[in-house]
Write a protein that binds this ligand. Structure first.
Ligand SMILES: Nc1ncnc2c1ncn2[C@@H]1O[C@H](COP(=O)(O)OP(=O)(O)O)[C@@H](O)[C@H]1O
Ligand SMILES: [Mg+2]
Length: 380
């Protein structure tokens, strides 16, 4: 509740009534409200000071409302993530508590609220759930506890995954993405650090910190840029400062599948700027150069997901999943060597189909035929 409406609410709750069950009395000048406003301001100040004190000292073992903080599991630039226990029912949850300085920044608070809102709205086994709002003494998010490991830590340990496993994980990600994209939500920060892998390689997308909802007010790139970390999975259009859309998520999926197969991301460089530049100017190294047992069809799928121009990428995650599941039906550029296939793939989608080619050829031949016909007629 905004402060003004809080005051109004407080006043309406505390104002004396003319009769015990009647509406609040109306005064020409609301003298009664003056001390109330002071007491409200006083109470808010005390609450703010208390918040500042607790904000800096929250640690494992503390209690926050009816949650016991059991352990710190993540400490990011914006917030700390605790494993916690709900003391009312013993349920294990994750608590995302923003840093104190974040609470002073309205843009960041809005982002946090958006993350909460999106987490509450989406309901899919591949997407982490946020629980909604009982009265909380400060800003924090209560999230479903996910048992599992980050895809990042699996990749750090194994470097490359068996091809079938990489595909299965990617299909899980595509399924969750298709669900949320259909509801107008774009994640925009997909990377192995934000994907948890559970039992049986079930996946869970976490961290909707810079996610975007189609119908929500637009946050600009500059507003969200401090949160952008590794550039390895960011789509070229996001590098150029655009907000990105569902195809940017598909690019990130392509980059992660590439890494799961090749053991390194599609673009590498000595620093983040060099990596971003590479992605804008050059093509990724063919994955088959790094891992020859990857099929040409699977390589083709990667090229399509990693197209620089979003218009040439898969339009939906479901489309990409379909090709992953029906690789035998993925068309290849016949006769083109692996090294050249990239250019071919980049052109795909822009190349006319077979039927169109026949039409164009006959249109081009029409004047020649007409000319020959006229020549024959003239001879007679
Ligand atoms: N729901 C969860 N269950 C278990 N661990 C989680 C959960 N959400 C996040 N984590 C852990 O906390 C870390 C940070 O969480 P994340 O939401 O990605 O925040 P940040 O904005 O700091 O990146 C994750 O990398 C993961 O290890
Ligand atoms: Mg994260």
């Amino acid at each position: 509740m905004r402060n003004a409406s809080k005051v109004a609410h407080f006043e309406s709750q505390n104002r004396p009534t003319c009769s015990p069950s009647g509406p609040p009395c109306l005064y020409p000048i609301d003298f009664y409200a003056i001390p109330l406003r002071f007491s409200y301001a006083y109470r808010e100040t005390i609450r703010f000071v208390m918040q500042c004190i607790t904000m800096t000292t929250l640690e494992a073992g503390d209690t926050l409302d009816h949650y016991r903080l059991d352990a710190v599991v993540g400490h990011g630039g914006m917030s700390t993530l605790f494993r916690a226990t709900d003391l009312r029912n013993g349920r294990q949850v994750a608590l995302k508590v923003p840093h104190a300085e974040m609470e002073a920044d309205p843009v960041l608070v809005e982002r946090f609220e958006r993350e909460q809102e999106i987490g509450q709205e989406l309901d899919h086994p591949g997407i982490v759930k946020a629980y909604d709002g009982e009265e909380r003494s400060r800003l924090y998010m209560v999230i479903e506890w996910v048992d599992g490991r980050l895809l990042r830590s699996i990749l750090n340990e194994k470097r490359r995954l068996p091809i079938e496993r990489a595909i299965a994980i990617t299909l899980g990600i595509c399924d969750a993405l298709d669900y949320m994209h259909k509801r107008g939500v774009v994640h925009r920060d997909l990377k192995p650090e934000n994907i948890m892998i559970g039992e049986g390689d079930s996946i869970k997308l976490i961290d909707f910190g810079i996610a975007m909802k189609e119908d929500a007010r637009r946050l600009t790139f500059t507003e969200i840029s401090p949160a952008l970390g590794t550039p390895d999975y960011i789509a070229p259009e996001q590098v150029k400062g655009q907000r990105g859309d569902q195809r940017s998520d598909i690019y990130a999926v392509g980059a992660m599948l590439y890494e799961m197969l090749a053991g390194e991301p599609p673009f590498t460089g000595s620093n983040p700027l060099a990596v971003m530049n590479e992605r804008l100017l050059n093509d990724p190294r063919p994955v088959r150069d790094l891992r020859p047992e990857v099929s040409p069809q699977l390589q083709e799928i990667l090229y399509r997901a990693l197209e620089r121009d979003p218009r040439h990428r898969y339009a939906t995650a479901a489309e990409m999943a379909w090709e992953l599941e029906h690789q035998e039906q993925v068309g290849l550029q016949v006769g083109i060597e692996d090294g050249e296939r990239r250019a071919g793939a980049a052109l795909r989608g822009r190349l006319p189909s077979g039927r169109k080619m026949v039409l164009y050829a006959s249109l081009a031949l029409a004047p020649v035929l007409l000319f020959v016909l006229m020549l024959l007629l003239a001879k007679r």
